[in-house]
Design a protein around this ligand. Structure first.
Ligand code: FE
Ligand code: FE
Length: 168
C-alpha cells in the first residue's frame, strides 16, 4: 500500500497504514540498535541503548497486540523516513574519529529516532481515540511513554556528561 496510491480511503485505513509504518520502523530500529551499542563508549550511554533495545522488543510485541485487537494482519510497510534517519546515523558515526565526539553523535542520532517514534505514536494514540479504539490507544500510549522517557534520558546524558567530555 503506497502512500500516494488510493488504497487509503478511510481514517481507519490511514490508522492501519501508520501502524504498519511504525511496525516497520521499530523492526529497523531493532536491527540498528546493536550497532549503536557497539559504537558507544560512555557506559551510561551503552546501558541506555541496551535497555532501549529490550524496550524496543516490547514495542514490536505491543504493536502486534494492537494489530490483533484491531483485527488486521501484523505487517510492515516501507518507511523511507526511518530508513533515512538510520542511514544518516550510520554515515555520521562512520565519519567521527574521537570516541567522545562519537558518543555525542550517537546521542543526537538516537534522539532523531526517538522523535520520529514520538510523532508517530502521538498521532496513532489520537487517531485510535478518534476511531473509538481507546483500548488500542492505551497500548500505544505505553510505547509513546517509553520513547519519551528515552528521549529525556538522552537529553540528560548529553547535557551532563558527554558534551562536556567532547569539549575537553
Ligand atoms: Fe520504539
Ligand atoms: Fe525508541
Amino acid at each position: 500500500m503506497g502512500f500516494f496510491s488510493k488504497d487509503i480511503k478511510t481514517m481507519d485505513d490511514l490508522f492501519v497504514h501508520t501502524l504498519r509504518d511504525i511496525y516497520y520502523a521499530e523492526k529497523q530500529i531493532l536491527k540498528n540498535l546493536p550497532k549503536m551499542i557497539d559504537k558507544a563508549t560512555n557506559r551510561e550511554l551503552k546501558q541506555g541503548f541496551e535497555k532501549h533495545l529490550t524496550e524496543t522488543e516490547g514495542h514490536v510485541t505491543r504493536l502486534e497486540q494492537v494489530f490483533e485487537m484491531h483485527g488486521v494482519e501484523a505487517k510492515g510497510v516501507n518507511c523511507p523516513a526511518i530508513d533515512g534517519i538510520l542511514k544518516e546515523a550510520d554515515e555520521i558515526a562512520g565519519e567521527v574519529d574521537d570516541e567522545r565526539v562519537l558518543d555525542a553523535a550517537l546521542i543526537a542520532a538516537g534522539q532523531a529516532v526517538e522523535h520520529y517514534e514520538i510523532t508517530r505514536y502521538g498521532t496513532l494514540v489520537a487517531w485510535a481515540k478518534e476511531l473509538g479504539r481507546s483500548d488500542c490507544a492505551a497500548v500505544l500510549q505505553k510505547n509513546l511513554d517509553e520513547e519519551k522517557a528515552t528521549d529525556k534520558k538522552l537529553t540528560d546524558l548529553a547535557a551532563s556528561r558527554v558534551n562536556l567530555q567532547a569539549a575537553e
